[in-house]
Design a protein around this ligand. Structure first.
Ligand code: NAD
Ligand code: UDP
Length: 311
């Protein structure tokens, strides 16, 4: 049994990770400031005596004795991370320094939830870990992209300078139950719009691509990564790539919706193409996604249907 700190543990991915690690017999400290996370996501875990919920903001120091840290605290959707960009940067940078300081004091292993956004609008496709990226340092997405890039730099420097045992997960678009209703990301937006028979908002002409990973696959990968001894960045995601317009049509089909597609302005610096090369993860983690897009979407649709209509 390990004592595991999960920052952002009441968020979408964090709540699934908390549940899994708790079910595997670990002691969990779930730390969150509830900016985008919610007690509803982890309500079923509260009351378990191996689960501790702490309201805390990682831009302030936190002290505890832990064996492992999963640092997931950070708003992930463009709408949320652009709401207060200075706070987003503080969370990524000051929060990272605080968590690395804690890892140093406790001699804990630390995993950082990095992102495909560190590749920016990539000029290499699919993206491989050795690619340094194409990131606008002064745009609307920069608070997140550059914050996460700086966090990776801090991870590597604490590793080289202080011998901290680190893991860097470059997470690509992940979806599933417990995404927030107001999250604003494409999967939740399209499903909610389709279920309500409202217009599906495709930004730009919908030719941009993304590849979507179901949350249980990602959680498997995060745990495998923590348990291996590889300290360089690893891409985690599902390489099944789709254009956004194809994706909109698929959601309409799966929900049997009467929604029409409407086209809205493309947000600035929206990456044109994104797909992970996961050869490294396959090799070192013996992992690859198991849940096909339709299967994962049906589970997610069922979740939103319940949240929207049956409460
Ligand atoms: P989310 O917004 O649901 O979860 C983030 C959690 O962090 C929330 O519970 C939020 O309240 C909490 N949080 C935010 N700032 C905090 C702070 N300063 N102190 C304490 N808690 C704070 O998003 P998610 O999709 O679950 O993402 C989790 C992590 O994975 C994030 O770091 C994100 O950047 C990363 N990631 C996610 C995706 C994805 O597709 N979901 C892709 C790449 C990377
Ligand atoms: N998108 C869209 N309509 C929406 C929300 C998003 O067309 O209602 C597009 C967005 O412009 C991007 C893609 O879908 O090209 C994925 O957006 P999301 O915010 O989910 O994640 P990103 O990968 O951009 O961080």
């Amino acid at each position: 049994m390990k004592r595991v700190l999960i920052t952002g543990g009441a968020g979408f991915i964090g709540s699934h990770l908390s549940e899994r690690l708790l079910n595997e017999g670990n002691d969990i400290i779930c730390l969150d400031n509830f900016f985008t996370g919610s007690k509803d996501n982890i309500r079923h875990l509260i009351g378990n005596n191996r689960f501790e919920l702490v309201r805390h903001d990682i831009i302030n120091q936190y002290l505890a004795e832990v064996d492992e840290i999963y640092n997931l605290a950070c708003p992930a959707s463009p709408v949320h991370y652009q709401y207060n960009p200075i706070k987003t940067m503080k969370t990524s940078v000051i929060g990272m320094i605080n968590m690395l300081g804690l890892a140093k004091r406790c001699k804990a292993k630390i995993l950082q939830a990095s992102t495909s956004e560190i590749y920016g609008d990539p000029q290499i496709h699919p993206q491989i870990e050795s690619y340094w990226g194409n990131v606008n340092p002064i745009g609307l997405r920069s608070c997140y992209d550059e914050g996460k890039r700086c966090a990776e730099t801090l991870m590597m420097d604490y590793h080289r300078q202080n011998n901290i045992d680190i893991r860097i997960a470059r997470i690509f678009n992940t979806y599933g139950p417990r995404m927030a209703l107001n999250d604003g990301r494409v999967v939740s937006n399209f499903i909610i719009q389709a279920l309500k028979n409202e217009p599906i908002t495709v930004y730009g002409d919908g030719s941009q691509t993304r590849a979507f990973c179901y949350v249980s696959d990602l959680v498997d990968a995060l745990i495998k990564l923590m348990n291996c001894n590889y300290s360089q960045p690893v891409n985690l995601g599902n390489p099944d790539e789709h254009t956004i317009i194809e994706f909109a049509k698929l959601i309409i089909e799966l929900t049997n919706s009467k929604s029409e597609i409407v086209f809205k302005e493309l947000p600035s610096d929206d990456p044109v193409q994104r797909e992970p090369n996961i050869s490294l993860a396959k090799r070192i983690l013996n992992w690859e996604p198991q849940i096909q897009l339709k299967e994962g979407l049906l589970k997610t649709i069922e979740y939103f249907d319940k949240i929207i209509f049956q409460q």
